[in-house]
Each structure stands twice: as C-alpha cells, then as structure tokens.
Design a protein around this ligand. Sequence first.
Ligand code: SAH
Ligand code: MG
Length: 214
Amino acid sequence: MNINEEYIEEYIRSITPQNCPYLTKLEIYAKEHHVPIIEPETAQLIKVLLKLNKPNNILEVGTAIGYSALIMAEATSEDTIITTIERNESMIELANKNISHSAYKDRIRIIGGDAQEVLPHLNGTYDFIFLDGAKGQYLEFFKYCSSFLRKGGLIVSDNVLYKGMVATDNLVVKRKKTIVTRLRTFLNYINELEGYTSCVIPIGDGVALTYKED
Ligand code: SAH
Ligand code: MG
C-alpha cells in the first residue's frame, strides 16, 4: 500500500535520475530479498537536505544492506563520516561487504548492536541523523539522538506514515496497532517539542524532518 497515488509516484520516478550502477545493483538485491531500503523519492530528498546541511558527522539507525549509508556518502564531502547502527548479524555482514567494495569504505563505520543499547554509549555530536530502524522505537531513538544533535542540525525519520495506517484507523491492521499508536505518539512528540521545528512529508512511506533551533 502506497501513501501516494501510483501515477504521482510513477511520474516522480520517471523524472528522477538513475543512481550509479553499483547502487542500482543494491536496489535490485533489496527488491528481490524484500529489504526495505529508502524509496527513490526519499533518497532524493535526503540528498538535497545533505547538500544544505553539509554535515561532518552523520548518524544512522538501521543500516540494513548499507544502501542509504552509501547514498548519504555519495551526497556528502570527503570529510563526512557516517556512523550507522544495525542489530541484525546477516545484515551487518552484507552491509560490510557492500561498503568495503565501494568508494566510501573509509567514511562509513557500522556499529553492531541494538540501537537502544548502542545510543546511550555514543559520544560526540552529529549534524544529521537518519532514523530508519524499528518504527515502534522511534521515540526512544529520538530522545537520545536529539541530545547529540548539534544546534542547526536535522533528524530525518523514515516510514512515519507507515503505509498510511498512521493517518487513518481505516487502514490499520490488527497486528500493527501498537506500532501505529507508537508512531502517532512519536509524531505528536516531535511536533510539539520545544526548541525544534518539525514537518511530515507524504513521500515514500512518510518522512518527518526535525530541525533543532540554533
Ligand atoms: N536504512 C536502510 C534500511 C533499513 S531497514 C536503507 O534505507 O538502506 C531497517 C533496519 O533496521 C533493519 O535491517 C533492522 O535490522 C534494523 N533495526 C531495526 N531496529 C533496530 C534497532 N533497535 N537497533 C539496530 N538496528 C535495528
Ligand atoms: Mg525506511
């Protein structure tokens, strides 16, 4: 279930330039193996945001096969370091392989483990943070991440509309109820949080942007 009309998505995709062959290969792999990588519209949005934000340090929760980390590496400068957290061993193995065969192997560092355990031990500040792990845990992730986001920095959260279910009970299937409730709580939280400005963009599977005031 897409949150946008198919013709809108198709049109936007038809005008979006293709990624390099290496990334295209990963897109095909992800499709074949049902790995939920960022959608093309979301990738383009992230690229534009990175050009504006010009981060030195990026943090990502949810590496999967390393696709979005590679997209972010390609869109940033040679000094930008990307730290990405993943808990699934086989994903870590694949991501390591994909990253080590890329031009960005020295700029992407994977931390293995559950983000809920890894995040409390991180130190340093980040300019740009991408949340793309378990949707039921965004609020916990966000609370840690906002503490080490620099002022003027951005947190981008993916899949916040979750196939539209977050926007209407009519679409919610029973076994997703808890996740949907948690995402709604998360969206209310970031929208009301003092010192931050947020918005929700209905592209891909729904993307929330949260800017930390200077
Ligand atoms: N960002 C990737 C896709 C990530 S899919 C891309 O667009 O290319 C979500 C990933 O988050 C999965 O691989 C899952 O194992 C991982 N994940 C989910 N919850 C997590 C957690 N609490 N800690 C670490 N990784 C988590
Ligand atoms: Mg996602």
